[in-house]
Design a protein around this ligand. Structure first.
Ligand SMILES: [Zn+2]
Length: 194
């Protein structure tokens, strides 16, 4: 596959320049499919490792290391979406009706006490509902903001190139050259909306 190469701003050459997303994908394939994967780029990169480092690292470790180092920015722990508190209230309400119904027949003695308690809880929810809802809306906005940021950062990650001679990434913003270890931070910081 013919590829347009980019010239590294540090060494001024394109001989050891590779696309970051392609390195990542090949390393992933390598980790998943082991020796069966066709990964010409990985083979090249690996052959460029200084011999003393190559000797220290097992093949599998090397590919895991590459996957981790070149991975696109990720969303972290935001997988858990907030649930609208009204739905929680409705679900709890239905559950209490069911429990009260059971109590009415099985333990009639405490029924009125429990009913009053359920009433107090419902009252408290309605009283604080506005605040609870506001907190929920804020949280939801923050989550979708994070998602947009990650999406933009991944889009910019796809523009990056890596020069193995200098261990830097570049190619997104003209003149920027970033050590590989700082790639993620660089992407997230610069992908924020101004
Ligand atoms: Zn270079």
């Amino acid at each position: 596959m013919a590829e347009i190469k980019s010239v590294c701003p540090t060494c001024g050459e394109d001989t050891h320049v590779y696309k970051v997303s392609q390195i990542y994908l090949e390393a992933l394939m390598r980790v998943k499919n082991k020796e069966n994967a066709e990964t010409p780029l990985m083979d090249t990169l690996k052959s460029e490792l200084p011999p003393e480092r190559a000797a220290k690292m097992k093949d599998a470790d090397y590919y895991h290391y590459v996957v981790e180092s070149f991975a696109p920015p990720q969303g972290g722990a935001q997988v858990i979406r907030s649930i609208d508190p009204d739905w929680v209230a409705v679900a709890l309400g239905l559950l209490s009706v069911y429990i009260l119904y059971q109590i009415y027949f099985a333990q009639h003695g405490i029924f009125w006490g429990m009913l009053a308690f359920a009433g107090v809880v419902l009252g408290a929810y309605l009283f604080f509902r506005k605040q609870i809802k506001l907190k929920f809306e804020t949280e939801k906005r923050r989550e979708s903001g994070d998602k947009d940021l990650i999406e933009r950062a991944v889009g910019n990650w796809m523009k990056l190139y890596y020069c193995s001679t200098d261990n830097i990434v570049f190619g997104w913003k003209k003149g920027d050259r970033i050590p590989l270890a700082e790639m993620n931070q660089y992407l997230l910081q610069n992908s924020m909306k101004k």
